[in-house]
Design a protein around this ligand. Structure first.
Ligand SMILES: [Zn+2]
Length: 269
């Protein structure tokens, strides 16, 4: 029986491997966009109805502007690197929600929320671009789906023999990965590897979008400074700040500029 399960897992594993265009790495992903996006879109719409969406303000406009610039930069990069149509199922949406929680997130398929509470830390449009680039990078690299896939492997192990993952189970895995249903704040953290990947991809995208990549390290310095205060940013519970992160971003900034130059972008906000 054990051998059968292992065979099935290996089979699904091979069938479910997908290449990450940004890293060239093969990743485990059982969840095609066609399955995960509808769940994400429904959860996102529900979240918006239950929270205070800000519209018509300068800040709300800024979130939309930055989001559009970042997603169009991602699209240009993908087109230029042999992945045209990669984003065809994405339905980008950028919303600002009135909530003092210091957080921002992006669900699969490009559904983004910024809380007003993070704006004092992002400070400028470029600061917003740092967070936006990073969050969008998680979505582009299917990190959520990979995390769900890892969870599903555990489930297969747990329910020995019953490898048919039914819809309710899929939804459970999704809710675990995104912490939705109750509060988004309990979202599981990404692995350190995924964080590093999102930092690197995000930095390139923000530079192609015309935002100064040097500001990324500064954003994380501000986040780190805030962590010492009375109310540590919620964002840090899923995105631990560290000197390594700041050092990496500083070291990668020149190559992000070079990447942007390939797209004719040589001056930055
Ligand atoms: Zn992250």
């Amino acid at each position: 029986m054990k051998r059968l399960i292992l065979t099935v897992i290996i089979f699904i594993g091979i069938a479910a491997c997908k290449t990450n265009p940004f890293t060239g790495k093969s990743t485990l992903n059982f969840y095609p966009n066609s399955q995960i996006f509808p769940m994400a879109f429904a959860q996102y719409d529900q979240f918006l109805t239950e929270n205070k969406v800000v519209s018509g303000t300068k800040d709300a406009q800024m979130i939309t502007t930055v989001g559009k610039r970042i997603s169009s930069a991602a699209e240009r990069w993908l087109d230029a690197n042999g992945y045209p149509g990669y984003l065809k199922d994405y339905k980008w949406e950028y919303n600002l929600v009135n909530d003092e929680t210091v957080n921002a997130w992006c669900m699969p398929g490009g559904k983004i929320v910024f809380y007003t509470g993070i704006l004092p830390i992002t400070q400028t449009e470029t600061g917003v671009a740092v967070v936006m680039g990073h969050e969008v990078a998680h979505a582009l690299a299917d990190h959520g789906a990979q995390r769900m896939s890892a969870g599903m492997l555990q489930q297969i192990g747990a329910v020995a023999g019953n490898v048919a993952i039914k819809d309710p189970e899929k939804r459970n895995t999704f809710n675990q990965a995104y912490g939705l249903g109750s509060t988004v704040g309990v979202m599981l953290p990404f692995s350190r590897g995924h964080e590093t990947e999102a930092d690197r991809i995000g930095l390139q995208i923000m530079a192609i979008a015309g935002y100064n990549p040097d500001e990324a390290a500064n954003l994380w310095r501000r986040m780190k400074a805030k962590a010492g205060g009375q109310a540590p940013p919620e964002f840090l519970s899923t995105h631990p700040s560290s000197d390594t992160r700041i050092n990496n971003l500083t070291a990668w900034a020149p190559s992000a500029r070079q990447e942007a130059a390939k797209f004719g972008v040589t001056s930055f906000k």
